[in-house]
Design a protein around this ligand. Structure first.
Ligand code: NAD
Ligand code: UDP
Length: 325
């Protein structure tokens, strides 16, 4: 049987999706990248357009799409708080209707389908670090709920299609990931701090900067999700994928200033509502089931590559996708 698979990547022009497409194209698979370009642009996959095994489709995943495929990676969803809060109802539709549409396609084609879920399903966690068994603490009424609850509902749909219709699924819970091709105006902490540091502008610390995040470099993350897709069918997840190296946001700001040689000052801004105080993945399950997978790139090394990329781009080529950045 041919090892070449027909693979759909929804959200394939985004930060993580474009790198995933690159990896799958390099492995020789037939890759279809589907995106509505809400938070990305064609330039992220421009270098793949001439390849015989790559196709780009402009489509919104809230509407059904008819394809014959063997595997689906479902990444389509705005991921940065400013982006997903711009049109919260659309964000929820993207998670829920998007899941229904890819699951329907997977059921019809007998394809395997992977959901890009998130550490946000744990909300502002009372258990630290977070294992997959932790059920989470999400405020259903807050401004982050459109994303958190949308992703939680998508996990539910994945499990129900699996139980009721025997769809072959995988669920990965992605923790904060950074790297080249992050949208410079997405408002996420790594892109904001690097952009501000390179321009010698004030570094915006939300709150006192004592909240923590654990930062995973893009390549480690993409390796983890490919391995989850290729894991035996007995292992469907959910599985945490991230780097347990935990830092306060103030430490990240200081490191960014040091590594860019910036003159920026750290200034405090109000902490957004429901901002999680701490976050660190327990990756015991991933280590056990994903063939020795382990994040390899420490923060300093990943930041160096990311800063180099930010230095190399022309910011004027990136439009701010929403007024909320
Ligand atoms: P991103 O915003 O760069 O990528 C998302 C892509 O989905 C974009 O290209 C966007 O245009 C597309 N998209 C959005 N709505 C769509 C729709 N309705 N139809 C078609 N395409 C649509 O973000 P990313 O960081 O690459 O995130 C990719 C996935 O990983 C998302 O599902 C996100 O929730 C998940 N995730 C990412 C992180 C992270 O730290 N990067 C953490 C947790 C989960
Ligand atoms: N943050 C910050 N300054 C910024 C952007 C973000 O201090 O300019 C903080 C934010 O409040 C949060 C952390 O950095 O505590 C991570 O924010 P991000 O939006 O990157 O991801 P998420 O909150 O979804 O983990």
């Amino acid at each position: 049987m041919s090892q070449i698979k027909r693979i759909l990547v929804t959200g394939g022009a985004g930060f993580l999706g474009s790198h995933l497409c690159e990896r799958l194209v390099a492995e020789g698979h037939d890759v279809i990248c589907l995106d509505n370009f809400f938070t990305s642009q064609k330039s992220n996959v421009e270098h793949l357009l001439g390849k015989r095994n790559f196709e780009l489709v402009r489509h919104d995943i809230t509407l059904p799409y008819w394809l014959e495929v063997d595997e689906i990676y479902n990444l389509a969803c705005p991921a940065a708080p400013g982006h997903y809060q711009y049109n919260p109802i659309k964000t929820m539709k993207t998670s829920v209707l998007g899941a229904i549409n890819v699951l329907g396609m997977a059921k019809r084609c007998k394809a395997k389908v992977l959901q890009a879920s998130t550490s946000e399903i744990y909300g502002d966690p009372e258990v630290h670090p977070q294992p997959e068994t932790y059920k989470g603490s999400v405020n259903t009424l807050g401004p982050r709920a459109c994303y958190d609850e949308g992703k939680r509902a998508a996990e539910t749909l994945f499990m129900d299609y699996h139980r009721s219709n025997k769809v072959n699924i995988r669920i990965v819970r992605i923790f904060n990931t950074y790297g080249p091709r992050m949208h410079p105006y997405d408002g996420r902490v790594v892109s904001n701090f690097i952009r501000q540091a390179l321009a010698n502008e004030d570094i915006t610390l939300f709150g006192d900067g004592s909240q923590t995040r654990s930062f995973c470099y893009r390549d480690d993350l993409v390796e983890g999700i490919i391995r989850t897709m290729n894991a035996p069918d007995s292992f469907i997840g959910p599985v945490n994928i991230g780097n347990p190296g935990e830092f306060t946001i103030r430490q990240l700001a200081e490191l960014t200033v040091e590594m860019t040689g910036s003159k920026s000052r750290l200034v405090q801004k109000p902490l957004p509502a429901d901002d999680p105080k701490q976050r660190q993945p327990d990756i015991t399950l991933a280590r056990k089931h994903l063939g020795g997978w382990e994040p390899k790139i420490p923060l300093r090394e990943g930041l160096k590559k990311t800063i180099e990329w930010f230095r190399s781009i022309d910011m004027s080529h990136y439009r701010a996708p929403t007024p909320n950045y």
